[in-house]
Design a protein around this ligand. Structure first.
Ligand SMILES: [Zn+2]
Length: 144
């Protein structure tokens, strides 16, 4: 039934880890359509946050549910692979620890942090609301 070899599957999952993954593109387009300006992957900030809104002191992190271990029970994307579960568990736990540290460090620097999960990308209305909440009320074109 499952014709993909474990090696191939790992390769597929590794490829998901690239910078311009689709969920991030959806968020970028949405934020742009709301009129906000941002910078991408600032290397001088902890964890190179995906979107940085310097004047609003806010960042948005777009997290893949598998790599960042989405803990929501309604999310089906964060299951540990059946092959080499111990390896994956340890590896993914390290990712989670790193994420927590990055969020703490960002908050220490005065940034508000919004995490958007890959599986939340489907609900654009909800995303718009949460993005509006963290970035402040949109004042239309006066703000651009
Ligand atoms: Zn998820």
């Amino acid at each position: 039934m499952d014709k993909i070899s474990p090696e191939r599957r790992s390769a597929n999952m590794a490829r998901i880890r690239n910078k311009d993954t689709k969920p991030e593109m959806v968020v970028r387009r949405l934020v742009h359509s709301m009129g906000y300006r941002y910078r991408l992957h600032r290397k001088d900030l902890p964890g190179k946050p995906d979107l940085v809104f310097e004047s609003r002191k806010a960042v948005i992190l777009v997290h893949g549910c598998f790599w960042h271990r989405h803990a929501d029970p309604s999310c089906g994307n964060a299951v540990i692979p059946k092959t080499r579960p111990d390896f994956w568990q340890a590896k993914l736990n390290r990712n989670v620890e790193r994420d927590l540290r990055n969020v703490e460090d960002l908050e220490k620097l005065g940034y508000r942090v919004l995490i958007i999960w890959e599986c939340e990308i489907r609900d654009i209305a909800m995303l718009r609301e949460r993005i509006g909440d963290i970035l402040g009320v949109w004042h239309g074109y006066l703000d651009c």
